[in-house]
Structures are given as C-alpha cells and as structure tokens.
Design a protein around this ligand. Sequence first.
Ligand code: SPD
Length: 440
Amino acid sequence: MNALGRHLIVEFYNCSPEKIDDVMGIEKCMVTAAKKAGATVINSTFHHFSPFGVSGVVVIEQSHLSIHTWPEYRFASIDLFTCGETIDPWISFDYLKEEFAAEYFSSLELQRGQLHHLKKIDVQTPLTRCSTSSDKKRITYNRNIWFTERDENVALSLRHTGDRLFSKQSPYQKVEILETYAYGRVLTLDGMIMTTEKDEYIYHEMIAHVPMLTHPNPERVLIIGGGDGGAAREVLRHKSVKSVDLVEIDEVVIEASRKYLPTIASAFGHPKLHVHIQDGIDYVKQLRDETYDIVIVDSTDPVGPAEGLFKPSFYRDVYRCLKPDGIMVTQSESPTFNPPVFQELYQCYKEIFGRDNVHCYLVFIPTYPSGMWSFSFCSKGSIHPVRDFDRLRAEEFTRSHPLRYYHPDMHVASFVLPTFVKELLEQKPLIKEKTQVIQR
Ligand code: SPD
C-alpha cells in the first residue's frame, strides 16, 4: 500500500430498521467487525437517539470505525478507516452488510496519507498509530455506551454497560432493562425511563406514604399501573392495609421487574397483593361505587398505552369507586418539562374533585426529564394533605421503616410550591387541544 491508511466510505440502503435502531446490537456488530478485520479495539462510544437513530465510534489501535443510522430511512452511513498492512477493512464491510441486512450499498475506498506526498522524520515518540506488541499489553478496551431520553430540546443520557439484561416488545410497548453505571438497573418503556434502582425510592415512597399517612385508616388500596411493584412495596408497609389490587396492563413489565429489579418488585407474592393483568380503564369502569380508601395512579407518561389514564372519563370512574373520604394520588408529570400537560391534568382533576380538594406536591427525581416531578393529591371528601396529616403516626412510621426520602417534614414541605408552579396551577391551560399528549 502506498498510503498510511485505507478509508472506506460506505452507505447501506434498505437495512433492517430494527437492527439499525438497536444501540447495543450495533455496538456489538461494530466491535466484532473491527476484530474480524484484525484490529485491536480500544474504546467504543455509542448513543441512541429517541425516537430513532444511533451514532457511534469504535476506536481501534489502527484508527476507527464509525456509524450513523437513520432507521426511518432504513439507511446507515459508515466509515471504516484502518492503517497497517495486516488489517483489511473490506472484511468489516462484508460482515456489517450481512448483520444490518442491507439490500444494496455504495462504497468508496480512499487512500489516506499518500506516501508520495509524505516524508518521514525522526521523532522520539513514533507517530505511527500501529503499536508494537509490548504496547498491546497496556491497552484495555473501554466501552462507552449511552442511553438517551430526549425531546427536541432536552436530553438525559446515562452510560450503561451495553449488555442487554432484558428486551421484549410486548403488545403495548418495548420493555427494556439496562445496567447503568450511575443509577444501577433502569427500566425503560418505549425508550422512556420509568424507574432506576438508585433513585426509585423517592418516587415510590412519596406516591405511597403521603396518602397513606393522611388517610385515617387506609384498608383497601388500588394501584393502577405500577407494574414494577415499587408503589405496592411501600403501601404494604402499612399495617392497616387489608388488600391491595394492582392493575397492570402489561405483564411483561411485571416479568422484567420480578426478574431484574427484585428489590423494587419485592411485593409480588405478598398475600395481600392481588395482581390483575388488565387495562386500568376497564377495571375501574366495572367497579362498584365506594370500593377503595386510596387509589394510586402510577402510570407511564401520557403516550402509548397510558394515554387513556389521562382522560377525564377515567378519573370520573376513579372518583366513583373511592369511598366518601377516599384519596386519589397520581403521578402528574413535570411542571418544568411539560407545563401544558401538567396544567391540563390539574384542570381535569379540579373539575372532577372540586377546586379545593386538589393539591400538588413535588419531588426531585434525577432520572426524570428536568428532575422536577409532581404528584397530585385529590380528596373525594375534604381530607387535606397537610392539615389532616397525622404527624405522630408518620413519625412512628418513619422510625420503624428504612425510608430514605419520606419523613413528616418532607411530607409537609413537598406541598410548598415555587411561584411558577403556583402560577401554572392558577392560569388557564396554555394549549387546550394538547390535552393528554406529551410531545416527544
Ligand atoms: N417520565 C417518567 C414518568 C414515569 C412515571 N411512572 C413511573 C413508574 C414507577 N413505578
């Protein structure tokens, strides 16, 4: 070769859209392609972008392999750049063409660093990127694979190991569990973070204990959603509870959580917990009036299967099935990330429960978009979450359980709202027709 390196510029058309949207699969293929060509892998960095697309690079001792994919066009654009006589980038090309099921392709080989134009000089540190065998021993392969949840303007990325713990397309959504470095195992549904091992306690303690320690005697509890089991685990800490019905539409969420998130899913199998694999909307429709003391709506975001859980007809049924002093608590999205949806939800709750019976409380959840998340507290009677909250019972409860976020002062403090949140709740909803749909 009369050049320092060979550079293949490759375009793969009509690829399998699933394969070129799978960040972990792509990383594995690109690393394997490098190894098959005879290269030594040093580092790989790959990102998935929602809704579609992956970018990544594998750094090899002999330069790099990079990719960017457009699953919606079934197109992948790849650069294979190698140096040294022993590496053959066409081996990588053949392998990747098969792996991504490309129906046709175009390719171009460039010689990079034509020796005709270069003159070698004497330097202490060799400029060549192709190392000696003693260098090789020092090189360790470092994987850098990122999960990214984002909308058009905001993104949150978590680095993960790249090993797929669980991935299944259920009839409702894609259920995945990743192993991240900062937050432990993470459950995602259609690419959105639902819960993580490291910060789940914030959400689950606050969605459960605020209503449970305000209601005078919560015996019958209904959880809509909550298939990871975290809310049920917290509710079942309360001795007054006689039974908990958990209604989850997607049994794959429960399957994944039981298998890979055992500390969150620990309540499954509890004798007081009754699991119903059913749409929460149908479940509440057929309920007798005044069945439950507390209803917890632990839903996903208002896209996909949970969309109906953000509609007034659903909340009217919840209202009906609450006992006269019953309480409904819902996850009510983020006032910072999606103010229109937040406002619409509260408008809807107030129409059903009455203005003075709807209260918002806030928590900080590092892995949810913007970090600021809200819950609604809606009473059918007039139980007030701060005035009627049983501080002595909450103190005793906090002492006897290993809680990490909830305590009586936090209970009260979470209802203190920043000015902009108060204003959002007082204003008329910003975008009327955008009810129930988060734009991602
Ligand atoms: N954007 C994330 C909203 C997730 C709400 N539900 C989480 C389920 C945890 N049990």
